[in-house]
Design a protein around this ligand. Structure first.
Ligand code: PSU
Ligand code: MN
Length: 302
């Protein structure tokens, strides 16, 4: 086993016993949501995964180790500490060697899950190609990771803070299969509907599980991205959320926000300007993903 891994007993037993384990990221806790909703969300996700018969494993960097499976105290620290680094692939070795506390992004959670032997990972939304990419070249490392690391990611698509058509083009180029769960279109995080047609639709976990087994038998590298629309009752008004997103992107541009600060800035602006409505939707869609991810993991290991 990798010397940097610190895997919780329960999680290790499940991995070794070929039981369903579902990884969860920590950037969503430290940089994606305000306190105290972030820590409640993290705990409830773990409970939802357990209800489906899978073992949850939230991942973070602590004390020079990659911690796989956190306790309540760890979650509280990630939710409240002011000095938590946002750790993407670029930052992983540094934050580990300097023994700093770090929250893992989608890319880094995939890397760590793979090291531990975990095949499924639930999150809210992935990073992608930012709007204005022509000027900034801002492409999330999440996309490269999906292309090369064998962890299957369950999400609610991506926010339209990103350039979604270009994000889909990039994923195609990199050979990432994007599955629409019960939808023909890419879910847009806060809203179920979108105009971006997907190539693959599947309506049950049995089919998705078969797809993953087939991909693995072929020896194809990379993760499959399963996109799960936000439930209708939690979905936001599209025109309203689109206007808030536009406003946030404009604000980021005017303030000269760059690099890894962009995504957290946009998320916080949208929560503030929607007076918390977007946060409610965000939490609801993560729970929806946790349920689907755990069901899929259980099906896969049958
Ligand atoms: N999108 C969200 N919520 C999030 C993130 C993205 O709707 O919390 C986080 C994830 O951890 C993702 C990261 O991996 O932001 C992407 O950041 P960047 O764009 O800097 O790669
Ligand atoms: Mn970026």
């Amino acid at each position: 086993m990798n010397a940097f891994l610190d895997i919780k007993d329960e999680v290790l037993k499940a991995i070794e016993g070929n039981k369903a384990v579902v990884a969860l990221e920590s950037t969503i806790i430290s940089h994606g949501m305000p306190y105290p909703q972030n820590v409640e969300m993290a705990k409830n996700c773990e409970a939802i995964i357990r209800e489906q018969g899978a073992v949850p494993a939230t991942i973070a960097i602590m004390d020079g180790k990659i911690k796989i499976g956190l306790n309540d105290e760890d979650l509280q620290t990630l939710a409240t500490a002011k000095d938590v680094a946002k750790v993407s692939r670029r930052d992983l070795a540094q934050v580990l060697s300097e023994k700093k506390i770090g929250a893992t992004t989608v890319a880094t959670t995939m890397i760590c899950a793979k090291l531990a032997g975990i095949k499924f990972f639930v999150t809210g939304g992935i990073g992608g190609i930012h709007r204005g990419y022509e000027q900034t070249l801002d492409v999330s490392a999440d996309l490269e990771e999906l292309a090369q690391t064998d962890v299957n990611v369950i999400c609610a698509g991506a926010k339209s803070i990103l350039d979604l058509p270009r994000t889909l083009e990039y994923l195609e180029t990199k050979g990432v299969c994007v599955v629409g769960y019960k939808t023909d279109y890419l879910p847009q995080f806060f809203t179920a509907e979108s105009e971006y047609k997907l190539n693959t639709r599947m309506d049950c976990v049995e089919d998705i599980s078969a797809l993953i087994h087939t991909k693995e038998k072929l020896g194809l590298q990379g993760g499959i991205l399963i996109t799960n629309p936000i439930p209708k009752e939690d979905s936001m008004d599209k025109a309203y959320i689109d206007s808030l997103i536009l406003q946030a992107v404009k604000e980021a541009d005017e303030k000269g926000i760059k690099g890894k600060a962009v995504t957290p800035f946009l998320l916080a602006e949208i929560v503030k300007n929607s007076h918390g409505e977007s946060l409610k939707a965000n939490i609801a869609l993560v729970y929806n993903n946790a349920k689907l991810g755990a069901k899929l993991a259980v099906e896969y290991f049958k």
